[in-house]
Design a protein around this ligand. Sequence first.
Ligand code: ATP
Ligand code: PAF
Ligand code: BAL
Length: 283
Amino acid sequence: MSRSREELTKALSRWRSGGERIVLVPTMGALHEGHLTLVHAARRHGDRVVASIFVNPTQFAPNEDFDAYPRDEEADLGALRRAGCDLAYLPAPAEMYPSGDETRVVPGALAEPLEGASRPGFFTGVCTVVAKLFGQVRPDTAVFGEKDYQQLLVVQRMAADLALGVKVVGVPTVREPDGLALSSRNRYLSPPERRIAARLPETLGKVAGRVRGSVATDTALAQGLQDLRTAGFEPDYLELRRRDDLSPLPPRALRRDELQAARLFVAAKLGRTRLIDNVPLAE
Ligand SMILES: Nc1ncnc2c1ncn2[C@@H]1O[C@H](COP(=O)(O)OP(=O)(O)OP(=O)(O)O)[C@@H](O)[C@H]1O
Ligand SMILES: CC(C)(CO)[C@@H](O)C(=O)[O-]
Ligand code: BAL
């Protein structure tokens, strides 16, 4: 485990001088099987796996859950060790935001819809901290989850645009047996809310099925929003977008090529917990 850049750099230079390839898994901690699946995937992409744990203040708006965000360092370190992570990097805030820090990485159009529209400034915070982590670790590859699909695309774009020399790879969403995507924020759910939460992926499946069955997308999405409200959610968005550039799809029945290119995205509040999820449209 390393809390300072100095310790991190020592380990990295030892590995690099032996020609080993380094893979980074950035996280905010409160680790679950989804994160550990990223660590397992990372092992297949290189020789040494570094996982970072840093609850990044710049990606939280003032009204969001930065203070309440779950933190469980001891359990996280044990889980990472068992998953075969070579180094856990837990930087102190001053390592990421040193005194006088003022530079921000502002993403473009990919960061505008969906999470970008609901959480202004979120992707600037994410890109800024991920660029810093890439600069500190200088990994060959970095692994991100498809649960945060827009984040994966935005980070891939940033790495290419800024020529950071990091290959950014995505890993499919890991789900509970009832379909709920694993997420650190699931810890906020009360037992009755947890039972309702499975209706989120269920609704995605139903909307996707209706669109595949040639129902017009505007009708299928309106029905999906209604289903979410009836189940007890307060939806932020339920949208169909092209999976490569997140541009919108037409409000009519989709052609086969459009179905292949589409992904369905949702964000919804259940009590005080905000959940997100997404699925491909084509089976
Ligand atoms: N269920 C999951 N399947 C695959 N990857 C996941 C899953 N949950 C999180 N990840 C990935 O783990 C990385 C770190 O995410 P993070 O620490 O924010 O966890 P999280 O569970 O997404 O937390 P939150 O509840 O705050 O959204 C991200 O790349 C994220 O996409
Ligand atoms: C990528 C990330 C670690 C940046 O803080 C965060 O957004 C997350 O955990 O998905
Ligand atoms: N899981 C992405 C980070 C966030 O929601 O703040």
